[in-house]
Design a protein around this ligand. Structure first.
Ligand SMILES: Nc1ncnc2c1ncn2[C@@H]1O[C@H](COP(=O)(O)OP(=O)(O)OP(=O)(O)O)[C@@H](O)[C@H]1O
Ligand SMILES: [Mg+2]
Length: 506
């Protein structure tokens, strides 16, 4: 039994554990690759965004420089023409034009910031005059583009223009990134990581990665964010939790199922054992009195007993043994009737004392022979109680039979009947072996016999108390036991004084 259980359990638990481990490992792998993929995608989006911004900046710049050249080519002083140009190009914050000697052509006079002029001049001396081209610089918080254009006299001029932060945000970032298809949270950070523009609120979001611009915005970066709780790791964690819970519930259900099956199997095996014990016990109980009756009958028949008193004794043995036989057969027959639901009760108000005396009379011989001290107490004012006399008599007989059968050295039997709490309490008390607490509930089950019953040579079918319980319950009553090993037992039948709803008259 136990080995089967362990086997069945391991047959479920081992594969289940295997599946759990496999599931967990594959989830982890999936998490890792999902994260990788997600990062790669984010990097692509950021790079693409950076490229778009750069392209747009370049385009705007080229347009501005063309207009600048046109302004230089037109006659008249360039100053007002540059002013007009600046007013039309919001992306350009400030404009400086230096001649070959490093003097500011624009803005003229006191309008020029000496520190800016110095920086531009320094940039020019770093090969820009000779090699030309375009450079991006960071001056303070501003990003500048420095390049050369041809002046009116053919000599090159150095042009520096700063990018206007606000205009960048409004005209470049908003238009390029705002129109982006992907739902990614994206932001542009300046050289000090301050967000200049962001798509969606950034608070609580976690920065996944940042890609620098290749040209146009030195030190600035495009960053990709994750809204809180949206990272693939969090998603996987949720999956793992879900998987684990579902798996746990499944495992629990399986284990519960196994436990239930196991219990059921145990019950069935136990029932089968009890039934086979029952058959053995009943056969024995039938055979013993029969062989006694036969032996004494034959002895008497052969006339070999001259002593009249001895003969009388033999007759009594035969009567007693037949009574035992009828009781056993009654029990078995009644039991089968009860089991098939065919047992009927005829419940009518009955005087208690005569019923008790009649029942005890059948036990006169064994009680006398075993020198039992018998005490019967019936309350004098007892009213007639509704009952099926035969059935209650049989129940009482079973209790008396047990009291005799499970007696010890101190042989005493007390029957008392009185009204307690509006019910008839009919109690049979002995000073016999007693029943351990753990078995007290089970002795009322059919076929059940307490552990020592067999080893102590007291045979029985295990039906007696099952029958008792059935009878009292059919009367709307109950049976209780107070007992302890070696302390004797007191079985009490509780019967309602008025026929209750539990009684069946049919
Ligand atoms: N008065 C008692 N003292 C001690 N043990 C008892 C007593 N009455 C019952 N038992 C225990 O309860 C068990 C069940 O009793 P029950 O009367 O149902 O069956 P039984 O006496 O074994 O068989 P039978 O069907 O012949 O009466 C007994 O086997 C016995 O162990
Ligand atoms: Mg019994």
């Amino acid at each position: 039994m136990r080995r089967h259980g362990v086997l069945a359990l391991s047959a479920i638990v081992l594969p289940a554990a295997f599946v759990a481990v496999l599931g967990y490992v594959s989830l982890r792998q999936w998490a890792a690759s999902a994260e990788l993929l997600f990062r790669e995608q984010a990097r692509d989006v950021a790079a693409m965004a950076a490229e778009k911004v750069e392209m747009m900046l370049r385009h705007a710049e080229d347009g501005f420089l063309d207009q600048l050249r046109a302004a230089l080519a037109s006659p008249g002083p360039p100053g007002p023409a540059f002013d007009a140009l600046l007013a039309r190009a919001p992306l350009v914050g400030r404009l400086y034009v230096l001649d070959h000697r490093g003097a500011a052509v624009y803005p003229a006079g006191s309008g020029a910031d000496a520190s800016v002029v110095a920086r531009l001049r320094a940039e020019g001396s770093r090969g820009l005059w000779e090699r030309g081209g375009r450079r991006d610089l960071l001056l303070g918080d501003d990003v500048w583009v420095v390049t050369l254009v041809k002046g009116r006299d053919g000599a090159p001029l150095l042009v520096g223009c700063s990018r206007d932060r606000e205009a960048l945000r409004r005209e470049v970032f908003e238009t390029t990134l705002g129109a982006l298809e992907s739902p990614t949270m994206i932001a542009i950070l300046d050289h000090q990581d301050r967000p200049v523009y962001s798509r969606g609120p950034l608070d609580g979001a976690q920065r996944l990665l940042a890609v620098p611009f290749r040209e146009g915005l030195p030190g600035w970066r495009v960053a990709v964010y994750q809204p809180p709780g949206a990272s693939p790791r969090a998603a996987v964690r949720r999956q793992v939790a879900l998987f684990t819970t579902a798996f746990g519930v499944l495992l629990l259900a399986i284990v519960a199922g196994i436990a239930a099956t196991w219990r059921l199997m145990g019950r069935e095996t136990e029932m089968a054992r009890l039934k086979s014990d029952f058959v053995a016990n009943v056969s024995h109980d039938l055979k013993t009195p029969l062989s006694v009756i036969r032996m004494f009958g034959e002895t008497l028949e052969m006339g070999r007993v001259p002593d009249a008193a001895r003969r009388q004794e033999y007759y009594r043995v035969i009567t007693r043994e037949s009574e035992r036989l009828s009781r056993l057969i009654d029990n078995v027959l009644d039991f089968s009737r009860i089991e098939s639901g065919r047992r009927r009760y005829d419940i009518v108000p009955t005087a208690v004392e005569p019923m008790v005396r009649a029942t005890l009379e059948a036990f006169t011989y064994p009680l006398e022979q075993q020198r039992f001290k018998v005490e019967v107490t019936v309350a004098p004012d007892l009213p007639p109680v509704p009952m099926d006399t035969d059935a209650v008599g049989q129940a009482l007989a079973n209790l008396v039979d047990n009291a005799i059968k499970y007696s010890a050295d101190d042989r005493a039997l007390a029957i008392d009947a009185r009204v307690i709490d509006g019910r008839l309490a009919l109690a049979v008390t002995d000073r016999g072996l007693g029943v351990p607490k753990a078995e007290q509930a089970r002795i009322f089950e059919k076929f059940y016999r307490a552990g020592r019953s067999d080893t102590q040579g007291r045979r029985g079918s295990g039906l007696g108390l099952a029958l008792v319980r059935h009878v009292v319950e059919a009367h709307g009553g109950a049976v209780t036991v107070e007992s302890g090993p070696g302390a004797g037992s007191r079985f009490t039948l509780w019967l309602p004084l008025a026929a209750g709803p539990g009684a069946s008259h049919a």
